[in-house]
Design a protein around this ligand. Structure first.
Ligand code: CP
Length: 310
């Protein structure tokens, strides 16, 4: 049962619970009008202490499309955080008004702290460089729709593997499906953190590490690109040195399998040239749209909305 649960890390939910969410998202995609009043009378608090386009707007539109309402902020300076209110007290207060809370914060662990003090379910919309589980639900829905499966594939993950929270969530989730292999493509300074490598080693999941994007492209079924996370760097000089390390172009993509797909959580900076956008394998804009549908399904599940009663 997902009712009243919080989602802090993607592996908080079992593979079969995630399958349930994906199934519901697919049904919402096929008949959205059926769900347009599913959350009538329910209120979502969307509290963003860090900038967002996709996550915030997709959650807000998800709740609106379900017939519910949204309160919240995207600038904490407009709240009593500016007067020194603690995150614990803020979480308690938001949960007095709302039925479900979506929180993004630059500090790792904040969503967990929120869930400890909130009286309603909390969804982690990104905590620092740690995890971003609803991006992973988005990615899983997109991969399953465009590849027809979540197992038996090689996933190339390219870019800032050190700070990319979407990547940490994706790899820990995909490691639960059969016969998934990873190619980690990054500069040496931005390699995958050891705690993710430990998860793979414990499960004997094959992975390789390289800094050669072009050599990796023909081998992968999914190429997951990511931007270098400027906001997590201590040194601007280091960021500038690494930011253009990988740039996927249409020319490089010509060496890929016909049925591979390119994903990116977005926003992109320079790591995917715009000439890739027209390639049918580029699915990152469709991925962003999948994000809204999977968040609709997630909200319904955590609020305990019974689909059979609609
Ligand atoms: N993918 C993602 O998290 O995008 P935003 O930062 O715009 O929400």
């Amino acid at each position: 049962m997902l009712k009243n649960r919080s989602l802090i890390a993607p592996t908080d939910f079992t593979v079969s619970e995630i399958d349930e969410i994906i199934q519901l998202a697919n049904d919402i995609i096929s008949r959205p009008e059926h769900y347009c009043e599913a959350c009538k009378g329910k209120l979502l608090a969307s509290v963003f202490y860090e900038p967002s386009t996709r996550t915030k707007f997709s959650f807000d539109s998800a709740m609106s499309r379900l017939g519910g309402s949204v309160i919240g902020f995207s600038d904490p300076k407009s709240t009593s955080a500016a007067k020194g209110e603690t995150l614990a007290d803020s979480a308690k207060i938001f949960s007095q008004y709302a039925d479900i809370i979506v929180v993004r914060h630059p500090k790792e662990g904040t969503a967990k702290l929120f869930s400890n003090y909130s009286d309603c379910p909390v969804i982690n919309a990104g905590d620092g460089g740690h995890q971003h589980p609803t991006q992973t639900l988005t990615d899983l829905l997109t991969i399953s729709r465009y590849k027809g499966r979540l197992d038996n594939m090689t996933i190339g993950v390219c870019g800032d593997l050190k700070f990319g929270r979407t990547i940490h969530s994706l790899v820990s989730s995909m490691s639960r499906y059969d016969n998934v292999k990873f190619i980690f493509i990054s500069p040496n300074e931005l390699k995958m953190p050891q705690y993710i490598i430990d998860i793979l080693n414990e499960k004997h999941i094959p992975y390789t590490e390289t800094s050669d994007l072009e050599e990796s492209i023909p081998k992968v079924d999914v190429l997951y690109m990511s931007r270098v996370q400027r906001e997590r760097f201590v040194s601007e000089e280091e960021y500038l040195r690494l930011k253009d390390f990988f740039i996927l172009t249409a020319d490089k993509l010509s060496k890929a399998k016909e049925d591979m797909i390119v994903l990116h959580p977005l926003p992109r900076v320079t790591e995917i040239a715009t000439d890739v956008d027209a390639d049918p394998r580029a699915k990152y804009f469709e991925q962003a749209k999948c994000g809204m549908y999977v968040r609709m399904a997630l909200i319904m599940k955590l609020l305990g909305i019974d689909e059979s009663s609609l």
